[in-house]
Write a protein that binds this ligand. Sequence first.
Ligand SMILES: C[S@@+](CC[C@H](N)C(=O)[O-])C[C@H]1O[C@@H](n2cnc3c(N)ncnc32)[C@H](O)[C@@H]1O
Length: 262
Amino acid sequence: MSHGKPPRSPAEIDAIKKRVAAIEAWYHRIDLGDGIETPGHFRMSDYLAPYHFPADMTGMRVLDVGASTGYYAFEFERRGAEVVAIELPSWGDHDWTPRYRRQFAAKPTLERDSIDRVAMLDGFTVVGEALGSTRVQRRFLPIYELSRETLGTFDIVFSGAMLMHVRDPILGVQRMRDCCKDDGRLIISISTTLMDATEPIARFVGEWNQCNWWQMSPRGLEEVLKCCDFDRIEHRDSYVLQDVTGQFRDPTFVCHALPRVG
Ligand SMILES: C[S@@+](CC[C@H](N)C(=O)[O-])C[C@H]1O[C@@H](n2cnc3c(N)ncnc32)[C@H](O)[C@@H]1O
């Protein structure tokens, strides 16, 4: 996966391996070619089918909200898209509970800076450079600040497994709708323990892991989408996300939402 670049020299391969190894925390396991794989927890290439992404994204603008170490952003680019990848400016900008916020603020500045670099910044940069990426731009904004005035509009807005981290998911979906072209779509996944609930419910789980606020049933998410000016739901699907050890199992619901126009 070297995006049509010339073959790498042994020295270049070695340099990429060293940069990958220097980063302590990886979220995604990403194939960088030449036998190099980022040592992340989740190999998302195993779970592409339930997302029903277009195979060819040539000419599309795609917004990847909560891009983390970038598996999806670079996959969209590989399929032909121009991508804007959104990530929080820093670890401290998550919607933490006040208690965790106090604990985090009490850490030495050096430690906080290192968490920011390791968890939020460096992995994505290393992956982009290793893949020879040219059409992925990263912007550091919380979901609440997405707007068509600052980012333009997109054929696909993608939100993978991040809405449960957002204290106000309805506002988050409204901001994503604002960035979606009228003939575009939102492709969204949520992790949910309420897969079989038939009611449109959300369960408060704010004390779990400090930064997971809401678990929604699939119907709950669909009702949120509908009240945020998405009126048609397509490609409902689900899968169980497992980490590479197989110990972590997260049931995940996926759907496409099409904007209501007028
Ligand atoms: C569980 S990871 C999912 C990563 C990737 N989208 C995927 O599906 O594999 C959630 C990501 O959302 C980001 N995130 C959390 N809260 C956010 C917010 N309020 N605004 C923007 N991004 C946020 C986190 O920093 C993290 O990178």
